[in-house]
Design a protein around this ligand. Structure first.
Ligand code: GLN
Length: 246
């Protein structure tokens, strides 16, 4: 069960290797939005070779990374942290993986001759393409509650193309930008509280409502979080939507 008295416990996986495009900013936003409401917040790190306690966090975060760093992390995820992440997912912990981290959530990431193992949490494969990278501002529509569509806006930059399998559900529908592979109109993946997305951005400062959804879900609170003065966050979100052409 989550540690309600201690507030939100976040575990950042490979924060020194998988942290491009403002992943630190995403964690900082979670921290601030908890602090502003008087909710406790702790963040721990789990790097290469470190064991992972499946009950040690309410939210596990894997950020973006270059192919080179992903190779190191892919092997470690598969060999050292796989079982713990599966246990954490099974008990309903939130697992949020962005871009490079997202590419490692599934079965494999094929990079030319080499196939990196995925952690096997969701039904997807990623293949590195020789075609141009998929870069640009992006907007997607997600339905975190059935029937309630909301927009996430951010930025994507990936050479890998992700294809989700029949057992996986896309996180969102591409409104502007490329998404998983530039062809099927899907973005990201969602299986329960396991979420993967290509949206950098920084993702959470530009989509504060999503940060709050993550906090509430990770803490398993049924009552809504106290509203905050989100004028700046709202402006950042509006600007990200405009940048994506929405
Ligand atoms: N290395 C991966 C790719 O280019 C992911 C890059 C990233 O995290 N932005 O596909």
């Amino acid at each position: 069960m989550p540690d309600r008295s201690g507030g939100l416990r976040v575990c950042a996986l490979y924060p020194d290797l998988m942290n491009i495009y403002a992943d630190r900013g995403n964690l900082l936003l979670l921290e601030r939005r908890c602090q502003w409401r008087g909710i406790g917040f702790t963040v721990t790190a789990s790097g290469l070779g470190d064991p992972l306690d499946p009950d040690g966090a309410d939210l596990f975060y894997i950020g973006g990374g270059q192919d080179r760093d992903q190779k190191l992390c892919a092997l470690d995820l598969a060999e050292v942290k796989r079982d713990a992440l599966h246990e954490a997912a099974a008990r309903g912990a939130v697992i949020l993986a962005v871009c490079g981290g997202y590419q490692l959530l599934g079965h494999s990431y094929e990079l030319g001759e080499e196939t990196l193992p995925g952690v096997g949490l969701v039904d997807l494969v990623t293949v590195r393409s020789d075609e141009p990278r998929l870069i640009g501002n992006v907007a997607i529509e997600v339905e975190l509650e059935p029937g309630v569509g909301r927009v996430l806006a951010g930025f994507e930059n990936h050479g890998g193309r992700t294809h989700i399998g029949p057992d996986a559900i896309p996180f969102g529908r591409v409104l502007r930008g490329h998404g998983n592979n530039g062809t099927d109109g899907y973005e990201g993946v969602r299986q329960g509280n396991v979420l993967g997305t290509y949206l950098h951005g920084p993702l959470l400062p530009k989509n504060a409502w999503f940060a709050d959804w993550l906090i509430q879900t990770a803490l398993r609170r049924s009552e809504p979080l106290e509203p905050l003065d989100d004028r700046l966050e709202g402006a950042a979100h509006a600007e990200a939507r405009r940048a994506a052409g929405l």
